[in-house]
Design a protein around this ligand. Structure first.
Ligand SMILES: Cc1cc2nc3c(=O)[nH]c(=O)nc-3n(C[C@H](O)[C@H](O)[C@H](O)COP(=O)(O)OP(=O)(O)OC[C@H]3O[C@@H](n4cnc5c(N)ncnc54)[C@H](O)[C@@H]3O)c2cc1C
Length: 504
């Protein structure tokens, strides 16, 4: 990790020109990649690093998704960074999140460290040089670039940005209207006087339906099965009070974060210990806000325990309000087929539609769909075991940021940021060029399991793609525990000289 190392040229390959060398290469300029850049700048000053991003700007998820109403599901006090106070209402639009990220980039001089329009197409580790060689293609010119790096910091998220997941239903080709996926929302989509059917009832549908209700003739949310929702004001009274008292925004950020995290821990714990009571409470709010005209048992009572899937938050109960007011409605039924004029459900009902929106989720992308190799052998991450959901057995000098499902993603981006920076310092102090996690003798008989436990968390994109993800063991150090409240204390205390870390 010596920042005085000269740039090296590598043997001629598929790329044009010499390779540029960086101590650290960060893949992706979403919320995680910008966190990585910030932590490297502040905790490892002097490190030569570069962020490579396929899109033509920063933001990741918040740049890709442009459907009406696009907003966060988490509060920005915890989805925002630990180090950059959030000063607005807790639930934020994509535009507000992009502005916030832009401020982090400006305030920390990160812009020169990011190269946009670079799609990474390959990463190969050489034990001889203790470096990764990373191939990238410029998305505009098709020009190929080659980089070498001592450490690869994967912040590429978990799903394919180019297109979402749309199941195949019979008759789709016969439909005379337009079928769109929220992930690739067309700029020219005119909703005026159109009948819209939104398939799905996850966070995306819950955002989209109230956003277009009233702008189209009618919107129907068509779900196979119900989902839990939490509804509440898009405001945090204590934050507003402290602001009125002109308390420093950094203090407010910290106080409100602690309060929200405390409440979330309590809620998560209750979902595990008294799921029936939590279910009753959630349904009581739904009943109250939906009014007597809605069959809550049929449309809003899931069969699973609260928190087995992410619970979408409805700011100011907007989805419930749209349904109560009649600009939106909900149908719980399976799709039989598409017809020329809409969707025929299994029960025989025709949902007339001019536009069908398939809010049916993501395509999981394991490691950004980048082909990896270690010493000339293709690397399949499904053959590795994860160290705390961020490093992988047999994969040197690489870390991945995979956030939380039940808490804000960014909480983990900051924790992993601290860990990687500490690891880079440790390697320098030890005078080593290489680190990888390895199973210890006491881990050898441990059962090797899929990345997530479907009993614990089972969204469709994970169930569809879990075979492509790394494996986990049955001990916390060999899992992504999804437990921020434990990891916030465990991560800073990780012993970097534990035999789990093999240095060379
Ligand atoms: C609509 C939506 C709303 C969400 N809301 C929340 C929320 O409220 N709270 C929450 O905690 N989580 C939420 N999530 C999950 C969300 O994805 C994460 O919280 C977070 O934004 C992920 O950030 P990231 O930087 O890790 O990945 P991403 O945002 O996915 O960014 C990854 C970046 O890497 C780039 N990239 C990928 N592969 C390559 C490659 N091969 N070469 C070059 N660049 C590459 C991509 O172009 C992208 O810009 C939401 C997800 C979606 C889709």
């Amino acid at each position: 990790m010596d920042s005085t190392e000269p740039r090296v040229a590598v043997a001629a390959g598929p790329s044009e020109g010499a390779a540029e060398h960086f101590d650290v290469l960060v893949v992706g300029a979403g919320i995680s990649g910008i966190a990585a850049a910030y932590h490297l700048t502040t905790q490892c000053p002097g490190t030569r690093f570069l962020v490579l991003e396929r899109q033509d700007g920063f933001g990741g998820t918040w740049r890709t998704h442009r459907y009406p109403g696009i907003r966060s599901d988490s509060d920005l006090y915890t989805f925002g960074y630990r180090f950059k106070p959030w000063t607005g209402p807790p639930i934020a639009t994509a535009e507000e999140i992009l502005r916030y990220m832009g401020a982090v980039i400006d305030e920390n001089g990160l812009a020169p460290r990011i190269r946009y329009g670079h799609a990474i197409t390959g990463a190969a580790w050489s034990s001889e040089t203790a470096r990764w060689t990373v191939e990238a293609v410029h998305t505009d010119t098709g020009e190929r670039h080659r980089f070498t790096t001592s450490f690869l910091w994967m912040c590429q998220g978990y799903y394919r940005h180019e297109q979402g997941y749309t199941p195949e239903w019979p008759g789709m080709a016969d439909f005379r209207g337009r079928i769109v996926h929220p992930q690739t929302w067309p700029d020219d989509l005119d909703l005026a006087d159109r009948r819209v059917v939104v398939i799905g009832s996850g966070a995306t549908a819950a955002t989209l339906v109230p956003a277009i209700a009233g702008r189209c003739r009618h919107v129907t949310m068509l779900q196979r099965s119900p989902t839990f929702f939490r509804s509440g004001r898009n405001a945090i009274p204590i934050a507003d009070e402290l602001r009125q008292l002109q308390v420093d925004p950094a203090w407010i950020h910290e106080i409100v974060r602690r309060r929200i995290l405390f409440e979330q821990a309590h809620f998560t714990q209750r979902c595990m210990s008294e799921p029936d009571r939590v279910r009753d409470e959630l349904l009581a709010v739904a009943r109250d806000q939906l009014g007597p005209g809605c069959d809550v048992d049929r449309h809003f009572t899931p069969t699973y325990r609260p928190w087995r899937q992410r619970i979408a938050f409805l700011p100011d109960g907007d989805l419930f309000r749209a349904i109560r007011e009649g600009t939106a409605s909900v149908v719980t039924d399976a799709i039989d087929r598409f017809e020329a004029d809409g969707i025929r459900t299994r029960s025989g009902q025709l949902l007339a539609a001019d536009i069908v929106v398939t809010a049916t989720g993501f395509e999981l992308a394991a490691m950004g769909d980048i082909p990896f190799a270690v010493d000339g052998r293709p690397l399949d991450f499904a053959d590795t075991v994860t160290y705390r959901g961020m490093m992988f057995t047999g994969v040197p000098n690489l870390a991945w940021v995979f956030g939380y499902f039940r808490a804000s993603w960014t909480l983990r981006a900051d924790l992993v940021g601290d860990f990687v920076c500490r690891l880079l310092h440790h390697m320098k102090a030890k005078g080593v060029r290489w680190v990888e996690p390895a199973l210890r003798p006491e881990d050898r008989d441990m059962p090797i399991l899929p990345w997530t436990d479907p009993e614990d968390f089972n969204p469709g994109y994970l169930l569809r793609g879990v075979d492509r993800l790394p494996r986990r063991g049955d001990k916390p150090e060999w899992q992504h525990t999804q437990d921020y409240w434990t990891e916030k204390d465990v991560f800073p205390a990780i012993d970097l000289d534990d035999p789990v870390f093999v240095y060379r």
